[in-house]
Design a protein around this ligand. Structure first.
Ligand code: GLV
Ligand code: MN
Ligand code: MN
Length: 418
């Protein structure tokens, strides 16, 4: 191995290998691949296990020491020339059921690519490096989202996390055990010096402006509520409108209220009903039961609270007017997070030093970085999403943008670990 001294001009000239990074992205994307494109790797399924095995295999090939903690976070450590807190990079490899190849996987695989570049150039950084793949970032199978990183920070106990039940009725602790990823490394035993996450933007802003790099300022607040409505099934043809206790009707009205609410609050407020189930779900039977989810987000905590209060008041009124029993259950609630100015500046400066266009923007999606931000100064690098599409099988990012983002990650890691 030739030796490259960190901080030297030879180290500054190091660049990631985009073909190798794309090859790993496509290889991981074969695990849980859907016909017609995209992937389904819901957390703690067999597909998630297979993808984890692949990541662990690549980590070992790169000489990393692999730690699996009690919530199944996979963390590969590369020793530095000195002991101390590692510079951590990472993201997640679980996906929504109709996901793409880039959401999450990019941050983990770019981390491995950074390690590979350092390995091939014979660079030993002063600080250790850590590459993390956090458990269940999506929250699509087990709520809340960012669960592995939340447990990592100590804000959710292992015991409470194990007892969470999935949308398909399985207990998280049992599923973790079943796929062999309930590890014995202590959770959060590895507090990082700094955390940096490369991720696709998942929205339209960078592409619309022709900007390559987003310096992420923070993550908006997230509020998830599950609403369960109990009415009475009855005949669709014989029941006069005034006698109905129709759970399906109530679910539809809530859906339309969520859209109006977001429009009325305006600004950054968004609102989504992403899941809706009716029972018995038949053409000529009024639904006796309905279950729906509401996802409300805002960069402003006060406005998010106002949206939650208005939704709750609307649901209470509806229950009275329609003589229904309606129950709310909080699935996730995270306040908006602002990243450390030092790290936002660093993303911006690093991108500029590589001759890349860069702009500051907040994240609309949740990320493990928002949890890590409670442990250490944290930054995020965004690259554009084609057509602003994500949580969609057609999600994609141009290789040249991925290359640019991964080079920003490489340079930040070298600077922070030197
Ligand atoms: C999770 O990543 C989300 O933003 O929904
Ligand atoms: Mn993600
Ligand atoms: Mn996602």
């Amino acid at each position: 191995l030739k030796e490259t001294v960190p901080g030297s001009s030879a180290a500054a000239d190091l660049r990631i290998n985009i073909d190798r990074l794309m090859a790993r992205l496509f290889e991981l994307g074969k695990i849980g691949a859907l016909d017609g494109g995209g992937v389904s790797r819901l957390a703690l399924t067999d597909e998630d296990k297979e993808a984890r095995d692949r990541i662990v295999g690549w980590m070992r090939e790169l000489g990393l020491t692999v730690h699996i903690d009690g919530i199944g976070n996979v963390i590969g450590i590369r020793a530095g020339s000195e002991e101390g807190l590692p510079v951590m990079v990472g993201s997640h490899i679980d996906t929504v059921a109709t996901g793409g190849l880039y959401d999450g996987s990019l941050g983990v695989l770019a981390g491995l690519e950074v390690v590979q570049v350092l390995h091939d150039a014979g660079v030993t950084t002063r600080r250790p490096l850590a590459v993390a793949a956090f458990t269940n970032e999506e929250g699509a199978r087990f709520a809340p989202d960012m669960l592995g990183s939340l447990v990592f920070t100590g804000e959710l106990s292992l015991e409470d996390a194990y007892d969470i039940v999935s949308i398909d009725g399985e207990r998280l602790g049992d599923e973790l055990e079943r796929i062999g990823y309930r590890g014995d490394a202590s959770v959060g035993g590895l507090a990082p010096h700094r955390y940096v996450e490369l991720h696709i933007e998942q929205g339209p802003r960078l592409e619309a402006k022709g900007i390559t790099i987003g310096a992420v300022t923070g993550v908006q607040g997230i509020s998830w509520t599950e609403i369960s409505i109990q009415g009475v099934s009855n005949h669709a043809g014989t029941t006069p409108m005034r006698f109905r206790r129709d759970a399906g009707y109530a679910a539809c009205v809530i859906g339309s209220f969520v859209r109006e609410l977001a429009n009325t609050i305006g600004g950054d407020q968004v609102g989504t009903v992403g899941s809706l189930e009716l029972h018995p779900n038949l053409v000529n039977v009024m639904a006796e039961r309905a279950k729906l989810t509401v996802d409300l987000r805002n960069t402003d905590e006060n406005r998010l609270q106002k949206a939650e209060a208005e939704l709750s008041a609307f649901v209470d009124r509806l229950a009275k007017e329609e003589d229904l029993k309606i129950e709310n259950r909080k699935l996730a609630r995270f306040e908006p997070v602002e990243f450390a100015p030092e790290m936002i500046d660093r993303v911006e400066k690093t991108a500029r030093s590589l001759g890349l266009s860069v702009e500051r923007l907040p994240s609309g999606a949740g990320h493990d970085a928002q949890m890590l931000a409670t442990l250490c100064p944290t930054g995020m690098i965004f690259v554009p999403s084609a057509g602003g599409l994500s949580h969609n099988t057609k999600e994609s990012t141009k290789p040249e943008d991925i290359e640019a983002g991964a080079n920003v990650l490489l340079k930040m890691v070298l600077d922070l670990a030197s």
